[in-house]
Design a protein around this ligand. Structure first.
Ligand code: KIV
Length: 273
């Protein structure tokens, strides 16, 4: 165990994440949307659990992250909070609940913190969300930023391809990352950008970067749990490493269950009262 972890093995804090960056210890983050899964991930030693608005895709079956509501995010987050003993829990503020004005953003964050018991919020965008980030941070709520491919802007991008390949967008991303750090963000997700750019940002800003499709030089990595466990089957981007094929495990188990019922071998005497 590293010295950063040894100091506080029970609960991961934003300060501990900062210490991990400074010590060169990589940060591991996964998404979680429900109690049972969050418990397993937390018991496995994950540092950060993100109640991502990807719940809109993964849990609700929507095509984008745009439809999910604040109430739905709070429902997912409060289920995760009940399961977790160690990980830092970060919750996405969903589309439409922070872009308008900084008081709306503050109220959304306060609802997330009060009603779910989570530890931090995450927001997509750079300098354009300056007032909202500063207002939330000044209320004592830790904020994680999110730059690069920000899925709440998918209709502006028009495609899920790699962002910031051109100089102009890369330059804006670097200045946005520096700005978010100066507003008080404790960390920034960098999604689907060139590895070299992510490396430069990670070196130039003082707070931890968490990459997804951003190469190996970020201070940490995040994947959607259902993707890395092979529960989702139709999403195969280059950055995704699958650690299991749970969809096959589930199908095989369910087929066996159905067979046992049809053959009248389940339940047996020992499984009956
Ligand atoms: O909503 C989400 O799951 C995310 C991660 C992909 C970073 O924002």
């Amino acid at each position: 165990m590293s010295s950063a972890k040894a100091k506080n093995p029970k609960l991961v804090t934003t300060h501990q994440l900062q210490a991990m960056k400074e010590a060169g210890e990589k940060i591991a983050m996964l998404t979680a949307y429900d109690y049972s899964t969050a418990k397993i991930l937390d018991q496995s030693g994950i540092d950060i659990l993100l109640v991502g608005d990807s719940a809109s895709n993964v849990m609700a079956g929507h095509e984008t992250t745009l439809p999910i509501t604040l109430d739905q995010m709070i429902y997912h987050a409060s289920s995760v909070v009940k399961a977790v003993k160690r990980a830092l829990i970060v919750v996405d503020i969903p589309f439409g609940y922070y872009q308008g004005d900084c008081m709306t953003a503050l109220k959304s964050s306060i609802r997330i913190m009060k009603e779910s018991g989570a530890h931090a919020v995450k927001m997509e965008g750079g300098v354009e969300i300056k007032d909202a980030v500063k207002r939330i941070v000044s209320a004592g709520i830790p904020v994680m930023g999110h730059l690069g491919l920000t899925p709440q802007s998918i209709y502006q991008f028009g495609t899920y391809t790699v962002r910031a390949k051109e100089k102009e967008e890369a330059t804006k991303l670097i200045s946005d990352a520096k700005a978010l750090a100066s507003y008080g963000c404790f960390s920034i997700v960098l999604e689907k950008i060139p590895a070299k750019l992510a490396e430069k940002v990670s070196k130039e800003i003082p707070i931890p970067t968490i990459g997804i499709g951003a190469g190996s030089a970020t201070d940490g990595q995040v994947l959607v749990t259902q993707d890395m466990l092979g529960i989702t089957q139709d999403f195969n981007p280059r950055f995704l490493r699958r650690y299991a094929n749970l969809s096959q495990v589930i199908k095989d188990s369910v087929k066996e269950y159905i067979k046992d019922i049809k053959e009248k071998s389940f339940p047996n005497e020992k499984e009956s009262y």
